[in-house]
Ligand binder design. Sequence first.
Ligand code: ZN
Length: 97
Amino acid sequence: MKKWLRQLELEKNRCQSCGMPLKFDPQGGGTESDGSHSSLYCSYCYAEGAFKEPQLTLEAMQQRVRQLLRERQMPWYVRAYMAHRIPTLKRWRGCKR
Ligand SMILES: [Zn+2]
């Protein structure tokens, strides 16, 4: 358990919307409106300078991440940890819950 959590902590450059490490993004990150790569968001969340789903709620994102991690057979504590971290990401900070 500690090993996993340490690995998660060490991961920098996470998508600030879904928490996925950007190095896992096959596109290497989302794109800005000028076509450059975003250093904040992954290609699943962000394209051409805007969120793909601007209406997405924090709860919906947490559900989605839990589901994705379950499909990847991540242990429960990784799922709990990731869902817990999502509200601390830039996109969701200050969101009312
Ligand atoms: Zn993302």
